[in-house]
Design a binder for this molecule. Structure first.
Ligand code: R5P
Length: 294
């Protein structure tokens, strides 16, 4: 429809239309450039709109976490079922054969600076340059954001730096909501942290699942993927995945609940079925048990 000057009505341009109905399958990303949309489409499947990311970046501050001691052995069998690897520069280059990245996205951890030996984990810097991220063919860069922690300002500076440099090359940024030892894990806190990260320009936010998760999703204008967190019984982890996806999460970026599962290969397939096929947690748990029994 055109107005008297021959200009199309604003609604045809998507102005004033809720962002989720504006075309591109990744929330809030309708107006990004071609390269960025291409990278986001490798992470978020255009059919389901969702992503299954496998997180194995723990070593950057936790060292050899249980189940992740030999990334070269544990990651390859799972690769077939995931959309995106999430690892550190060293973890990726030493343990993931580049041939295994065909048709897979790469989420590269680019922040570092503290270790499990510190009381305060929030004192991070950016440890991987944009040139390295480009050389590694990263599809998204991930940096930790510590809202409310002693080094909040530095972590926001890190996030801003990554976004600024990534935007120059069409590489999106994932801001990771970090919860330190004594930090709050309430819906109110997650609404605050995810919204701050999105307003600062992050293209994707990673955060923990929480009660009232719909309100966290609703107030964050970009996709949220959930972190798995500490190992839970497989049944509970699948229930958390289902709850998150059914309440609007755009995906799962899970590590220990897959890698420390009794049967990681069965677990990754059950998680995948929740994320991409929309099955519920009961069906997924049955699927896990069936696959595990084989
Ligand atoms: C977040 O702080 C880091 O990316 C973690 O290393 C990642 O979230 C670990 O995944 P999970 O909690 O599922 O083991």
């Amino acid at each position: 429809m055109a107005d008297k000057d021959g200009i199309k009505a604003t609604k045809d341009y998507g102005i004033g239309i809720p962002q989720e109905t504006r075309g591109f399958h990744v929330k809030g990303c309708n107006d990004y450039g071609w390269g960025m949309k291409s990278r986001l489409s490798k992470i978020f499947n255009p059919e389901s709109g969702k992503a299954l990311m496998l997180a194995f970046d723990h070593g950057y501050f936790l060292g050899p976490t249980s189940g992740l001691e030999r990334l070269d052995l544990v990651i390859p069998p799972l690769a077939e079922y995931i959309d995106c690897y999430m690892g550190t520069r060293g973890g990726m280059t030493t343990c993931i054969d580049p041939a295994m990245t065909a048709n897979k996205a790469i989420a590269l951890r680019v922040s570092a600076g503290s270790s499990i030996l510190d009381d305060d984990l929030s004192n991070e810097l950016i440890s991987v340059s944009i040139e390295e991220a480009i050389r590694m063919n990263a599809d998204i860069m991930a940096t930790q954001v510590f809202i409310g922690a002693p080094n909040q300002r530095q972590s926001i500076a890190n996030l801003s730096k990554v976004i600024n440099t990534g935007n120059a090359y069409g590489i999106p940024t994932m801001g990771v909501v970090a919860v330190g030892k004594d930090m709050e894990r309430t819906p109110k806190y997650f609404r605050l942290a995810t919204r701050i990260i999105a307003e600062l320009g992050a293209h994707v936010v990673k955060c923990y699942y929480t009660d009232d998760f719909e309100s966290v999703i609703a107030s964050c204008p970009v996709p949220i993927v959930i972190a798995g967190g500490k190992k839970q019984p497989e049944k509970d982890a699948l229930e958390m995945c289902y709850n998150a996806i059914s309440k609007g999460a755009a995906g799962v970026d899970m590590g220990r609940n897959i890698l420390q599962a009794e049967d990681p290969l069965a677990m990754v397939q059950a998680v995948r079925a929740i994320v991409h096929q929309g099955i519920d947690n009961k069906e997924a748990y049955d699927m896990y048990l069936e696959l595990k029994a084989k």
